[in-house]
Design a protein around this ligand. Sequence first.
Ligand code: TYC
Length: 102
Amino acid sequence: GNDAGFETGTATKTRPKTKRPNLYRVLLLNDDYTPMEFVVLVLQDVFNKSREDAMRIMLHVHQKGVGECGVYPYEVAETKVTRVMDTARKNQHPLQCVMEKQ
Ligand code: TYC
């Protein structure tokens, strides 16, 4: 379509597509061995949470099994997951962090 009201060779969408970023939820998973303090420090360091928010999220994960650390564009989410997994492995904790499309 076009403004002049006749059709030319290129089809265009009637509904304008607005550009939303593809967002990903980063989740922390509970386990029986990772120290609570380690999880709190990870939430402060990697996800820039306050001590209070980090405590709240850690306890939520501890009690419910899984919890959200934040929502980010793909590359940011991926970098955060990698940072968590690298620091957990380095400290020999089984902490797991995953991302899922929102
Ligand atoms: N469940 C762990 C403990 O009792 C603490 C913990 C919380 C571990 C959150 C992982 O994502 C996690 N030490």
